[in-house]
Design a protein around this ligand. Structure first.
Ligand code: HSE
Length: 402
């Protein structure tokens, strides 16, 4: 019998208990081990809850109980969650987490600590919610040099962009709906400003390189500037808009990483990913493109991924699960030095000035009153910024083209 403790009885924590207890027999049938929740740590009481008797308020009860071999950290944040994770790993208890902020910030240290103590730090749920993406990455693409990762990594913003595109909805009311559905972060700025996607692409990039990719070094732009006009131009030019995390190994072997809204061609597989779904396209030098798809947020999909790690921890007892990265920090190419095509939306009265500054452009006619759109050729971000700065207020919007 394996005893598990769950730290945090919020949306994901209650889901973890539900999956572990609800699918207990099925899991036992598969791996020959009976996995049970022994404790749930939370500051609150839950009178009437079916698992009320498992609630504890003192983390020492868990850390000092030798019967607990696996801990699920689903509290979030980098304060108490970091301390409790270190204590659990230090005591030889494997930790399974959905806490992308903690994995992105202190992953290297926690992975090393796990290794030193003969246990594992597992984080399948930290990227792509319920999508198996970490495990295929570290266990299946092992023969590959990964050259690109491109992903829709945030369910809340994908849900918002889908509703803006299909229903002409505004950001605020749709964000509220995403919060009600349990998709959004406690502070939804982390979703709409791209910080959540940034942590996830930092984790994937760290796995890709085997070294720490600092989320602070990743150029990050969210979706708050996207308007219905942008969607009108995107449609007219054969694109839709998606918030992507993109990591590329450049020809000179340097790494470019960014989070930004992109014009994605409508016939690209990432364009058909709608609502809360996420998708991650991973490209290897031998296999080419592979893609992983599923629900990127929500109680049970995320909990299912945490429980898949619990199962992995139990099956890998005494062995290190492959994958991870060390403390050496990768230098990310400054975004100004990266090249891209761009969509630029300008006021109709500035078209002549625009054409003088940008030579290699294609015009997009979306019949938006008083506005004209252009798609540039491939140019340096630095040049794009200089040119648009020269045009001042007549530039109404700029979006990268994938
Ligand atoms: N707020 C996140 C999202 C939750 O919307 O994708 C899953 O990490």
């Amino acid at each position: 019998m394996v005893n598990v403790a769950v730290l945090g009885y919020g949306t994901v924590g209650s889901g973890v208990v539900e999956v572990l207890e609800g699918n207990n027999e099925l899991i036992a049938g598969r791996i020959g081990e009976d996995i049970h929740v022994k404790y749930i740590l939370d500051l609150r009481d839950f009178p009437g809850d079916p698992f009320e008797d498992k609630i504890v308020h003192d983390v020492n009860v868990i850390m000092e109980d030798p019967e607990v071999s696996v801990v699920c950290e689903v509290m979030g944040g980098v304060g108490a969650a970091f301390e409790f994770t270190k204590r659990a790993l230090g005591a030889g208890k494997s930790v399974c987490t959905s806490n992308k902020e903690l994995v992105a910030k202190h992953g290297a240290e926690l992975l090393a600590l796990a290794k030193a103590n003969g246990c594992n730090y597992l984080f399948e749920a930290s990227v792509g919610g319920g999508i198996p993406v970490i495990r295929p990455f570290v266990r299946s693409l092992t023969a590959e040099k990964i050259v690109r990762i491109a992903g829709i990594l945030n369910g809340t913003t994908n849900y918002i962009l889908t509703k803006m595109d299909r229903e002409g909805a505004d950001l605020e009311p749709v964000l509220k709906k995403a919060q009600e559905k349990g998709y959004a972060e406690r502070n939804p700025e982390a979703d709409v400003e791209g910080h959540d996607a940034c942590r996830k692409i930092a984790i994937l990039s760290s796995l890709m390189t085997g070294h720490r990719v600092d989320s602070e070094s990743i150029s990050t732009k969210g979706i708050t500037q996207i308007t219905s006009e942008d969607f009108a131009f995107a449609r007219a030019a054969g694109y839709t808009i998606r918030l992507l995390g993109v990591t590329k190994l450049l020809e000179d072997e340097r790494l470019s990483v960014m989070v930004a809204p992109f014009f994605v061609p409508v016939d690209h597989p990432l364009a058909s990913v709608i609502d809360v779904f996420n998708a991650i396209m991973i490209t290897g030098n031998m296999v080419g493109d592979t893609m992983y798809y599923g629900r990127g947020a929500g109680k049970l999909p995320t909990a299912s991924a945490v429980v898949s790690d619990v199962v992995d921890a139990v099956m890998s007892e005494g062995k290190s699960v492959p994958g991870g990265w060390d403390e050496e920090t990768v230098e990310v190419v400054p975004v100004e030095e990266t090249k891209s095509r761009f969509f630029v939306r300008v006021s109709a009265d500035s078209v002549d000035a625009f054409r003088q500054v940008f030579e290699d452009v294609e015009e997009v006619d979306a019949s938006v009153e008083g506005q004209v759109g252009f798609v540039t050729g491939k140019i340096l971000t630095k040049d794009l910024e200089e040119k648009t700065a020269a045009l001042g207020n007549s530039v109404l919007g700029v979006i990268r083209v994938f």
